[in-house]
Design a protein around this ligand. Structure first.
Ligand SMILES: Cc1cc2nc3c(=O)[nH]c(=O)nc-3n(C[C@H](O)[C@H](O)[C@H](O)COP(=O)(O)OP(=O)(O)OC[C@H]3O[C@@H](n4cnc5c(N)ncnc54)[C@H](O)[C@@H]3O)c2cc1C
Length: 411
């Protein structure tokens, strides 16, 4: 029997597993596949709607909505989770900057402005409140990143921006270009030398140059410093469309830390069902080659995500169910109530709030408000009570509740 099983390898599961390992446990992480880590921009959005202090905005939210997942962690819990996350990233030489004092505005791959609380240092010079003309540069070979289009959209918002395509430096063999392949190319100093020379020639009056977030896997901070030296401008990464290189960097950092601390990760292990009695979960069963594999543990963390992550499933009849443990869900009663007429309306789409209701210790509740399993905590998008798309609290909420769940289970 293990001491701890974590189900899900998105930010909630990874943060939970790391914090449980910090508490001396040896978590086994079981996940059907990668989490949203491989899609996300790599920024940690805590509360995108906040105009000023995020701490104040969170305190107000928690007072007004004590059922919100952030209320389970509290403002101090959010701050502690972010501190742990930043210490992890810093130790891996992939530091995060930002604060809970205010959001910054970073450009998207299309040139929209997006609020973010914490972001890799490699994106820091992309804060669009900083002064000075900006050059956006990319490669025709990299799909879904169009510098002239993005710069045009920034210019339409009153920002001094230009976009150029660079020539692909000579490479040794034919490649199928995607974000990961480009990131590997940027690991090569000779590739960067060529790009840096082109950037210097194209720079004009720009003091900052934005490139797609593919500036290396091994040492992105070093790659940015090298390109800065070569181009004479500040360099920043702009999140691309999936697959996300910053997200993959983070996943690897978490995985390595969890394994170093004595944990284990099994990706490709879908949890199909659970076995428990008298309010205690005894085992979960994952899909294996010839038969189901049983995993017994003292405590379990459920971090299987929402509809996007596969933790919550729906069908055309209006059924909504939790996929791993078969827990009761808080969800709209019928399919007709899932959606509001507009995508980003006042109240949001009710179906996005579907998830597991919990008590203050993140233990799952049934419809009558009784704890289903006392040795289970739930974290991340699997939780009911938030609409992270509209609230723009995505990864922040996953980290905060993953961390908080570990405090509860580890104690
Ligand atoms: C395209 C995209 C872009 C995003 N961009 C941003 C952004 O810019 N900023 C931001 O802050 N956030 C962003 N997010 C959101 C954010 O990354 C996640 O929504 C958030 O981190 C939720 O994390 P999670 O750990 O709860 O769930 P997920 O990341 O969804 O992870 C769920 C995990 O559970 C596993 N799982 C599911 N069911 C089972 C099962 N039955 N058995 C075993 N394993 C199971 C999955 O395989 C996965 O490993 C984005 C998300 C997406 C999809």
């Amino acid at each position: 029997m293990r001491d701890t099983v974590v189900i899900g390898a998105g930010f909630a599961g990874l943060m939970g597993a790391l914090a449980l390992a910090d508490a001396g446990r040896r978590p086994l992480v079981l996940a059907k596949g990668q989490g949203a880590t491989h899609w996300t921009s790599g920024t940690i959005d805590v509360w995108g709607a906040a105009d000023g202090s995020l701490r104040d905005a969170l305190a107000k939210l928690i007072a007004a909505n004590p059922q919100h997942p952030y209320a389970r962690a509290g403002v101090d819990g959010v701050a502690a989770a972010i501190d742990r996350f930043r210490a992890l990233a810093e130790a891996a030489r992939y530091p995060y900057v930002g604060s809970l004092d205010r959001n910054v505005l970073l450009p998207t791959a299309l040139g929209a402005l997006r609020p973010a609380a914490f972001f890799p240092a490699t994106m820091a010079a992309g804060d669009m409140r900083l002064p000075g003309p900006v050059l956006l540069a990319g490669f025709r070979e990299l799909r879904d990143f169009f510098p002239p289009l993005a710069a045009g959209n920034l210019a339409a918002q009153g920002l001094a921006a230009r976009g150029v395509y660079l020539n692909l430096p000579p490479i040794k063999r034919k490649l199928d270009f995607n974000t990961r392949v480009f990131a590997q190319l940027f690991d090569d100093p000779a590739f960067r030398e060529d790009v840096g020379r082109q950037l210097r020639a194209a720079r004009g009056d720009a003091t900052r140059i934005g490139l797609p977030a593919v500036l290396g896997i091994r040492d992105p901070l070093g790659a940015v410093a090298h390109l800065q030296e070569l181009s004479g401008a500040q360099i920043f990464e702009i999140p691309t469309l999936p697959a996300s290189v910053p997200g993959q960097r983070l996943f690897a950092i978490f995985r390595d830390a969890i394994v170093r601390a004595g944990g284990r990760m099994q990706i490709g292990a879908e949890v199909l069902r659970a076995e428990g009695a008298e309010g205690t979960l005894a085992a979960v069963y994952s899909a294996a080659a010839a038969r189901e594999q049983a995993h017994r543990a003292e405590v379990f963390l459920l971090a299987t995500g929402g509809i996007a992550g596969g933790g919550v499933r729906t069908d055309f009849t209006g059924a909504v169910w939790e996929t791993a443990l078969g827990l009761p869900l808080q969800a709209p009663a019928s399919r007709g109530e899932w959606f509001a007429p507009r995508f980003l309306n006042e109240s949001g789409h009710a179906i996005y709030g579907a998830g597991v209701a919990t008590d203050a210790r993140l233990r799952p509740l049934d419809a009558a408000g009784s704890v289903v399993y006392a040795n289970v905590a739930v974290a991340g998008s699997a939780l009911a009570g938030s609409d992270a798309i509209r609230e723009r609290c995505y990864s922040g909420m996953a980290l905060a509740t993953g961390w908080q769940a570990a405090q509860v289970l580890g104690s």
